[in-house]
Structure formats: structure tokens, C-alpha cells
Design a protein around this ligand. Structure first.
Ligand code: ARG
Length: 601
């Protein structure tokens, strides 16, 4: 039966001993810049640092003098040199130089960098800075009952789960809601089809029942049955009529159909739950379209009474004026002329329900970009009706998963690719790849972890709204911009730290000396800003890009700076601490993408 549970305590309720950061390296530097601008009698709104465009000239740069030059009518280099003179007094900087028209190049002092790295290492979450907590409901997954999960659901699951983790890590209270497609004509088609094939089932008798075990169907059967039923309805108007009648009877509360529907939903949800588990995707709310149907008649009355919904050619519609780009937008249809509710009606009722139960500040819908118009209409209608007061509604759309030909990915047989096919393609490829060189106990478990990392990283590293090409061969590669590459970098660091422990070598005070050490500290320090930005843009790809870059920065560091073979003990201890910091950041970053790190690979 439908359930609503909150099994995980939210991450922001952890005990008082936990250690969080309240400022990132960049924001600390920005404060110093602001103070210097003010001390020079300058407005401080352009006192911002950005990563240096030429790292050989500095770690960070401030471009704030140029825009001021115009408003103040002073040469930008003059302004820059005033500010630079003030900044040079601060021990945070090793050097402050002016370049070009008035860029201020900042090189941070080794003490400042070392302290920043140690502070970050001492936090529980790689330095992520908490935000004012909001309640954010994430509507993702959205599988349909009796249908297998397909490649579109994969994107929703992978992106939705990552957003849930990113927002949660920033201290928000997240509510993951699967919003099952468990109502409507598709259910009627299935019921009519089952009645044709098994007319003697006890749910079709005058006194309907459905004892445990009396349904001769499993998920595999349902998945075969549904497309056949849909095809039959499409081909034959009489069959379609039968399905419509069954739908109407179900919606009117026909006892036998209700029993059957519930049984089908349970079979389906059990199978889908296994898919969620294997993807390491989690939900707080397992409700669906059916759960808000009882709200619809009252909602439609209310909309009619307040003249928000009006009759139009027998149907009931809500005018939603024009789109944000100024184009006229078609009205939202909330009831057909026969009174039947639609997908949009259900989404509207779901907003009402969530507003009351979950009291979210925000609802994020992780759904195919092709449903953009639907959501814009629903959001406008909800706001017009006052059903979403104080709630920000946002459609985080995504593009299609394509095959090598650039068209939506199909199976070898040409059908819509199902989640299971995709997972096994990637896991098979990962298994082949691993067979070459790995000695691990549980090769199968490892192949799963690597295959999963491959799929998730490929999905999350492309910008949400663009499509990407599903290419298992490339995705599982240990070279290039792939999940397994980043996963492997993390495993390698763990093994360095493991070997250090075996040899009794400990981490110690961080000393920043070699250029590769400086680069590594700076890159780690960016992590909290990247997480904040990924959350603001609902863009996990920012984290994917970042962890890939950090893995490369680490690799340079490891080539240039011997760790276990360092010539002095203090150097070894410092470099081990840098390894520990990098591991912490990489592991957290991968976790935010839903990617697990194996012990060995
Ligand atoms: N079941 C829908 C589909 O498969 C997705 C549901 C998305 N969520 C929503 N609130 N409409 O397309």
C-alpha cells in the first residue's frame, strides 16, 4: 500500500560535535579585498576574486578596478595600485601584482594556504558551507505502473538523486518523492486485457475478491501484457472503448478492479524498488497519481466557483496567459468534456496535497525537457489558483539519451531501451575491462560499482538540458573524462594512505611548497564553492567537471611530489595530509553524484 516515510534523519541534525566550515577560501579572500577597497575609499561591490586566468602569475585575480575606473573617471591601474598597496600589508598574500590595464594578481602565502587546507581537512564534509535551510521537495523517477523503467527514467533517477544529495549536503531538508504514474487509461487497458485473458479471476466475480497468490502474474508478465494491451487498443476502437469503460469503473471505485489495480501496483512497485536499490537511489515518499484523485472533485469545484477554471467548448480550462518569452500560451485543460481528469489535473491536485502535507519552500520536478510546456502551464495555473503560495515551482528538465547515431537510444532490437538493458550493457563492459588487470575477491560486485559509476558520471557530466550519447565502451574507460577514472583516482589515494598506515607513517602539519602542492590545495579549496554553485543552478555537471579536474590535479601532484618516498618525514606527513584532504573531497564529490568508491579496483 502507498507509504510515506522519513527513514533518514536529515544531515543537518547531526550532533553538536560535528565540524563545519563557515567560509571558503575564496570568500575569505573576498573579505580581504572588500576591506582593502573600502580602506582606499572605493565602493566594494566589485571586490571579488576569481581563479587566476594565468596560474603562473597568481592563484587568484581581482578584476574589480576596471569597472570602477569608468564610474570614478580614474585610470584603472591607479585604482589597482592603491588597492594592491593595502593588500600587500596582509600576511595572507605572498605577492600582489598589477598586470595589463589593472588586473590585480594575488598569490596567497604558504601559511594562508596551509591553514585553509588544514581547516578544510578538519571538517566533516570537505568544507561545504551550510545555507539557510529550506524544505525542498524533489519530484523524480516518476515510473509508470506495469511498465519497465526506461532510459528517460534513468536520467530522472540519476539527476534527481544527485540533486537530493547536493541540497541535503548544504543543509536543506529534502523530500524525495517518486510520483508514480499509477492512474488513468493505462490502468484500464491493463485491467481490460487481464479480464479477457483470465475472466475467472476472483476479482471479476459478482462478489469480488483477490486472495493472496491468486494473481497469475509477475512483473515480467505485466511488462509483456501492457504493450500488447496498448497495441490492441490502438488498433481496435472496440478494445479502446473497453479500456475506457474499465478506467471509468476503476475511477468510480469498482471493488474488484480496485483489488486488481492495487495488486498490480504492488508487483510493479516491488520491482521498481529493486531497481532503485541497485541504482542506490532513495525516496522519502512513495506516492503517486492515484493518491490525489480524491482531491480532484473538490479542487475542480473550487476552481469553478472562483472562476479560475472556465468552460470552453464543454471542457474546463484555466487561462495561463503568455509564456515567459512573450509567446501566447494555450490554456491548461483540467477536465475533458466527459468530465475526465487529465495528467495536468493530477499535477495540480498534487501541488495542493504537497503544500498541505510537506509544506515545501520549493518543488523541483526532474522530468524530461519535452514536458516543459506542461509544467509551465501547471505552475501558472497553481499560482493563479493560490495553491502554491510561498512555494517556488521549478522544472529541472533534461535532454534525451541518444545512441551513437545521435537519435534517442534504442535497443539492438530497435525498441525503447529499458533501464535493465542499459545497466547490464555498462556492467558487462566494466567486467571485460576489469578482467584485464584486477585481482579482487568479488569481481562481480566491483563490475557493478564501476558500471554504475560509468553510467552516472556520463549522465551527470553533460549539462542537464542537453542530450548525450550512451556509449558503454567509452563510459567505462579508465582514461578520459569518465566515472571510473575519478573512482580509480580515489581508490589510488586510499591505497597510498593504507600503505602509509602499514608503514607507521602518519599525516601531519600541511606545508605548501612545490607548485603541484599549491595547485592541489587551491583546487581542493574550490570544492565548497562548486557545491554551492551546482545547487544554485541545479547542475550536478559542475561537480562532475570539478571532480574530474581534481583527479587530474592530484595525478600531477603525485607525479611531481613523492609521498611515501619523500626525503623528509615532515614532508611525507604533509603530503599524506594532502592525500587525505584530496580523498575527502573526491569521495564527497563522488557521493554527491551518487557514485560509490570501491575499496580496491
Ligand atoms: N510518469 C511520468 C512519465 O513517465 C513522469 C511524472 C513526472 N512527475 C510529475 N509530477 N508529472 O512521463
Amino acid at each position: 500500500s502507498p507509504s510515506r516515510y522519513h527513514p533518514r534523519s536529515n544531515s543537518r541534525e547531526i550532533n553538536a560535535m560535528s565540524h563545519h566550515s563557515d567560509a571558503t577560501l575564496a570568500s575569505r579572500v573576498d573579505r580581504l579585498l572588500e576591506a582593502a577597497f573600502r580602506a582606499c575609499g572605493l565602493p566594494a561591490d566589485t571586490a571579488r576574486s576569481v581563479p587566476a586566468s594565468r596560474p603562473e602569475l597568481g592563484d587568484l585575480q581581482c578584476n574589480g578596478a576596471m569597472p570602477l575606473a569608468k564610474t570614478l573617471g580614474r585610470p584603472p591601474r591607479d585604482i589597482a595600485s592603491d588597492v594592491a598597496a593595502k593588500l600587500r600589508d596582509d600576511a595572507a598574500f605572498e605577492s600582489v601584482d598589477i598586470a595589463g590595464p589593472g588586473f590585480i594578481n594575488l598569490r596567497l602565502s604558504t601559511t594562508f594556504l596551509a591553514t585553509s587546507a588544514e581547516d578544510q581537512l578538519a571538517t566533516d564534509d570537505a568544507g561545504i558551507v551550510r545555507q539557510n535551510a529550506q524544505r525542498v521537495l524533489i519530484d523524480f523517477g516518476g515510473p509508470n505502473v506495469a511498465k519497465p523503467l526506461h532510459v528517460g527514467h534513468l536520467r530522472s533517477l540519476v539527476i534527481g538523486e544527485s540533486l537530493r544529495r547536493i541540497l541535503g549536503a548544504l543543509g536543506h531538508h529534502t523530500i524525495g518523492d517518486v510520483h508514480l504514474g499509477d492512474w488513468g487509461l493505462q490502468m484500464g487497458m491493463l485491467i481490460a486485457e487481464i479480464r479477457r485473458r483470465w475472466p475467472d479471476l476472483p476479482c471479476f466475480l459478482p462478489e469480488p475478491a483477490l486472495p493472496e497468490g491468486s494473481l497469475p502474474l509477475g512483473m515480467d508478465d505485466l511488462q509483456k501484457l501492457y504493450p500488447e494491451a496498448a497495441a490492441a487498443c490502438k488498433a481496435d476502437p472496440a478494445r479502446m472503448e473497453e479500456a475506457r469503460e474499465a478506467t471509468a469503473a476503476l475511477q468510480a471505485g469498482h471493488v474488484g478492479y480496485m483489488l486488481l489495480w492495487r495488486a498490480i501496483r504492488t508487483i510493479s512497485l516491488d520491482a521498481q524498488r529493486r531497481d532503485f536499490d541497485s541504482l542506490d537511489v532513495h525516496f522519502d515518499v512513495l506516492l503517486g497519481e492515484s493518491d490525489v484523485q480524491s482531491l480532484i472533485p473538490g479542487m475542480l469545484d473550487d476552481l469553478r466557483r472562483r472562476h479560475i477554471a472556465v468552460e470552453s467548448e464543454g471542457a474546463l480550462v484555466i487561462e495561463v496567459a503568455e509564456a515567459s518569452d512573450g509567446k501566447p500560451m494555450p490554456p491548461l485543460l483540467v477536465a475533458k468534456s466527459d468530465g475526465a481528469a487529465l495528467y495536468a489535473t493530477t499535477d495540480l491536485a498534487t501541488i495542493l496535497d504537497r503544500a498541505k502535507r510537506d509544506k515545501p519552500d520549493r518543488i523541483v520536478y526532474v522530468v524530461d525537457q519535452r514536458q516543459a510546456l506542461h509544467f509551465e502551464q501547471v505552475f501558472r495555473a497553481a499560482h493563479r489558483a493560490g495553491y502554491a503560495d510561498g512555494i517556488e515551482l521549478f522544472h529541472a528538465g533534461f535532454g534525451t539519451v541518444n545512441g551513437p547515431d545521435g537519435k534517442p537510444y534504442k535497443t539492438r532490437q530497435g525498441g525503447v531501451a529499458q533501464l535493465g538493458d542499459l545497466l547490464s550493457d555498462a556492467i558487462d563492459k566494466a567486467r571485460e575491462r576489469l578482467a584485464e588487470n584486477t585481482e579482487v575477491d568479488d569481481r562481480e560486485a566491483l563490475a557493478r560499482l564501476v558500471g554504475m559509476a560509468a553510467i552516472k558520471f556520463a549522465d551527470l557530466s553533460s549539462y542537464r538540458t542537453s542530450g548525450y550519447i550512451f556509449d558503454p565502451e567509452r563510459m567505462v574507460s579508465f582514461e578520459g573524462r569518465t566515472g571510473p577514472y575519478v573512482q580509480y583516482a580515489c581508490v589510488r589515494i586510499c591505497s597510498i594512505l593504507g600503505r602509509a598506515i602499514e608503514r607507521g607513517a602518519a599525516t601531519g602539519a600541511i606545508v605548501v611548497d612545490a607548485p603541484a602542492e599549491r595547485a592541489l590545495v587551491l583546487d581542493c579549496a574550490r570544492f565548497p564553492d562548486v557545491v554551492t554553485s551546482a545547487a544554485a543552478n541545479l547542475a550536478p555537471n559542475e561537480i562532475a567537471d570539478y571532480v574530474f579536474g581534481l583527479a587530474q590535479t592530484f595525478s600531477r601532484f603525485y607525479n611531481e611530489c613523492p609521498v611515501l618516498a619523500a626525503d623528509a618525514e615532515a614532508t611525507r606527513a604533509s603530503r599524506l595530509a594532502l592525500c587525505a584532504l584530496t580523498r575527502q573531497v573526491l569521495a564527497k564529490g563522488l557521493w554527491l553524484l551518487g557514485i560509490a568508491v570501491p575499496e580496491r579496483m
